[in-house]
Design a protein around this ligand. Structure first.
Ligand code: ZDP
Length: 289
């Protein structure tokens, strides 16, 4: 079958978007995500996002990682989603609601001098209790600066859920941090029954952080929106930053604010790369090249 797609990126975290508003296609999304996201034999992306109708919000978003697993949420992806539906005039409002597995979230299209300057998303509230993340082995309460053994080293971890799980490690020298070597080990560590995203963070000053990410189901990517939110929360909990900071990622910068109402607001860009179509063999579960 012919699949029309559009490809977007937010801070270099790139996604294939499928507009499923008109058709109720039921495909093997996991297999499709694996094939389409492949950078050599497919289109290439960090994830596959479905744009769906919702009965409790304006739209519903589903996100699949490159390994085919479904994530609850995606911060860079939801900005791309919001920009796309706004461009296509699928929604006339500048603030609207998107249902995700992490709850109903609210993006806002921010205009400056008649052009879109950023997408700001009310990302909801962070979850800090061990069982809500989930993380095992540290009791029922918060996990802030606790030791975790991985690859014969002990790392001090802080765990935060933005709907999806994050394990944050602060380091003084980000460029020397062995993320490629330990990302997968921590992702699959038995302490994390749903696996986890892994962020290493260097504090530049109280309003500037640098962060690199190992994404669950996708390995190292240039940016992670939910990870930036989780890192800001972790920095505040460890007394390392103000409640509002710029988070510098390898692919760009996000501004994150943990408001007094406990909601997190993430502001950043979303850009269209190209659109096209591909042919998908449903029976074989592979692209027709
Ligand atoms: O939680 C997960 O499995 C993530 N890999 C989902 C994607 C998160 C993302 N990087 C973000 O921006 O929040 C896209």
């Amino acid at each position: 079958m012919k699949l029309s797609f559009t490809k977007w990126q937010g801070c270099g975290n790139d996604f294939i978007l499928l507009d499923c508003l008109q058709s109720d296609m039921a495909l093997d999304w996991s297999a499709l995500a694996g094939c389409l996201c492949d950078r050599h034999y497919g289109i290439g992306a960090d994830g596959l996002i479905l744009i769906l109708p919702s009965d409790k919000a304006d739209f519903r978003m589903r996100i699949f990682n490159t390994d085919g697993s479904e994530a609850e949420m995606c911060g860079n992806g939801i900005r791309c989603f919001a920009h796309y539906v706004h461009d296509k005039k699928l929604c006339q409002k500048n603030i609207f609601q998107i249902e995700t597995l992490a709850g109903v979230l609210q993006p806002e299209i921010i205009y400056q001098n008649g052009i879109i300057a950023a997408i700001r998303v009310d990302m909801g509230t962070p979850h800090l209790k061990a069982n809500d993340i989930p993380v095992h082995g540290y009791g029922d309460e918060h996990v802030i600066g606790q030791p975790l053994k991985a690859d014969n080293h002990s790392y001090l971890i802080t765990c935060v859920s933005m709907g999806n799980p994050h394990c944050i490690i602060f380091t003084e020298k980000l460029d020397l941090f062995p993320l490629a070597a330990i990302g997968s080990i921590i992702e699959h560590h038995p302490a994390f029954p749903q696996r986890t995203n892994v962020e290493c963070v260097e504090v530049i000053d109280r309003t500037h952080l640098r962060m690199r990410v190992w994404e669950r189901g996708a390995a190292i990517t240039l940016a992670c929106g939910t990870g930036a939110c989780a890192s800001l929360v972790a920095a505040v909990l460890n007394g390392l930053s103000e409640r509002r900071a710029d988070i510098q990622l390898d692919g760009g910068t996000l501004n994150i604010e943990w408001n007094k109402n406990d909601h997190i607001y993430m502001s950043g860009p979303a850009k269209h790369i190209f659109s096209g179509y591909c042919l998908w063999n449903e029976e074989k579960g592979e692209l027709i090249c």
